[in-house]
Design a protein around this ligand. Structure first.
Ligand SMILES: Nc1nc2[nH]cnc2c(=O)[nH]1
Length: 492
């Protein structure tokens, strides 16, 4: 078995303090031991990491690889407008565009110290076996671990908010109603086939009924059964925006999560993405079912969705991870930024005391162990038996001069620019600041060509979408007012 001894580095321990110096012995793809410096070790390749802080690879609890081509689109878009515009943002993509977008996302994650991601992968009008294979290959080429969960719905690809289509002016209605997804049976069959033929490795298949309101109950049940049959992790955007929470009450007469629970989807394989408008009863339900939550503060702020009650969720016993969301709504894949925003956002609750704030050690754990649990990975800490997914930060970088406190500086100071090396499963993927085995300049050129071509192809749809947007906004604002749950969840 391949053995590597990493010596000379400071090492982030599971309690988020930094040991002054420890040697890390790797065997195969796992950490075998943390050793006092100078401990004799036979038959191991040596890597001198003097001047580095080694931390566990960050894990992105919620992203969209397809967002790699959509960064920086739109300014004052809330979620309702983002989803309205999704048809032209993501339209006309071929297989190579899907691969390209996911490669860009994975490269950015790697560069910014992230070794795994939970990717809700979108294809229109529905998932395809070759699309899933291309996106999985993108992660494999870059060298990241991923849960790749086809993001699916059977009712509509447009806004499935109760009453919206009827509320649109006549001239827009037919097109809005026509933006439908592939047939439910075809979608479920594709996921089933993908699960049967999945070749294992570092990219695992998941399943993501995208938004409960976008899915029929029988379709949600179909996803539940596929998850149970194949052991697929499942993640859904739940109560991301207040208008969705209001729409849930109108359609189901309960919270969105309570409805999903009645259908049997909320279990230990399930996690909520966002959950900004979850109620306290929802948090208790997630905890009771052993389900998780990915907190995505950057995207939630960008889209004015609100702030998820992450601290209250932790206190309720929910497994909480941290994510960036796709670059279509967060514009980057920077988990250091996600940590910083999570810590800051937790301090904004009206009336919150410091007991309710996310501390830095706790925030680091969300971005490592917490998200790793959402993906079902034995990663997220540097300890014997854990996966050797390691990130090496340059302590000579200005972010670390001087070194005062590891957790505080990881959350408050570091922005990804001190990341110099990254290992996944004991293999180098980034070295001396260079992504191995990939031509990044060529990737950037191809990204520009694709963006220009797709913008041309989608111009007509863009025009329609912009015209319909004010009507969508007006309808969704009214629906938000229908939410009767807690207005402001104070942590704790
Ligand atoms: N933020 C966000 N929410 C979603 N809900 C469904 N799709 C998306 C998406 O791409 N981004």
């Amino acid at each position: 078995m391949n053995r590597i001894l990493i010596s000379g580095a400071r090492v982030l321990l599971p309690d988020a303090t930094a040991a002054p110096h420890r040697d890390i012995l790797l065997e195969g793809e796992r950490v075998a031991a943390l050793l006092e410096p100078g401990t004799a070790v036979e038959d191991a390749a040596r890597h001198d990491a003097t001047g580095r802080l080694v931390i566990p690879g960050l894990v992105n609890g919620h992203t969209h690889g397809h967002g790699g081509l959509s960064k920086g689109m739109g300014d004052k878009w809330d979620l309702a407008l983002l989803l309205t515009h999704a048809a032209w943002i993501g339209g006309h993509r071929g297989l190579e565009d899907k691969r390209l977008a996911t490669t860009l996302t994975a490269v950015e994650m790697l560069r910014k110290g992230c070794t795994a991601g939970y990717d809700l992968a979108f294809e229109f009008p529905g998932p395809s076996l070759d699309g899933l294979a291309a996106m999985a290959e993108a992660y494999e080429t870059v060298g990241l671990r991923a849960v790749l969960a086809p993001m699916v719905a059977d009712l509509t690809f447009f806004q499935a908010t109760p009453g919206l289509i009827q509320a649109l002016p006549e001239e827009y209605r037919a097109r809005a109603a026509g933006l439908s997804m592939a047939r439910a049976d075809d979608i479920l069959t594709t996921i089933h086939e993908a699960a049967r033929s999945w070749r294992g490795g570092r990219v695992r298949l998941g399943c993501a009924p995208t938004i409960p309101l976008h899915c029929s109950d029988s379709f949600l049940e179909g996803c539940r059964d596929l998850s149970a049959e194949h052991g697929l992790p499942m993640q859904t955007h739940v109560a991301e925006a207040r208008y969705q929470a209001g729409g849930g009450e109108v359609r189901y007469g309960s919270t969105l999560l309570a409805h999903m629970d009645r259908l049997g989807l909320v279990n230990e394989r399930f996690s909520v993405a966002h959950g900004v408008w979850l109620t306290e009863a929802d948090l208790a339900l997630l905890a009771a079912r052993g389900a998780g939550l990915s907190h995505n503060p950057g995207s939630n702020m960008r889209l004015a969705s609100g702030i998820a009650p992450a601290r209250a969720a932790i206190r309720a016993g929910v497994t909480v991870g941290l994510g960036t969301d796709g670059s279509g709504s967060s514009d980057n894949q920077n988990m250091f930024e996600a940590m910083r925003l999570a810590a800051f956002a937790s301090r904004l609750w009206d009336g919150a005391t410091e007991e309710d704030w996310l501390g830095t050690a706790e925030t680091v754990r969300l971005a490592t162990e917490g998200s790793a649990r959402l993906l079902g990975l034995e990663a997220g800490s540097i300890a014997p038996g854990r996966l050797a997914d390691l990130v090496f930060l340059d302590l000579a970088h200005v972010n670390w001069a001087p070194f005062n406190d590891a957790a505080n500086q990881l959350v408050f100071t570091e922005d990804g620019s001190a990341v110099r090396e990254v290992m996944v499963g004991g293999e180098w993927k980034l070295r001396d600041g260079r992504v191995l085995g990939l031509d990044e300049a060529a990737l950037a050129r191809r990204a520009q060509e694709a963006a220009d071509r797709l913008a041309g192809l989608n111009a007509g749809m863009r025009e329609w979408s912009m015209a319909v947007a004010p009507h969508v906004s007006c309808h969704c604002r009214a629906l938000a007012g229908r939410f009767t749950g807690a207005r402001r969840l104070i942590a704790g």
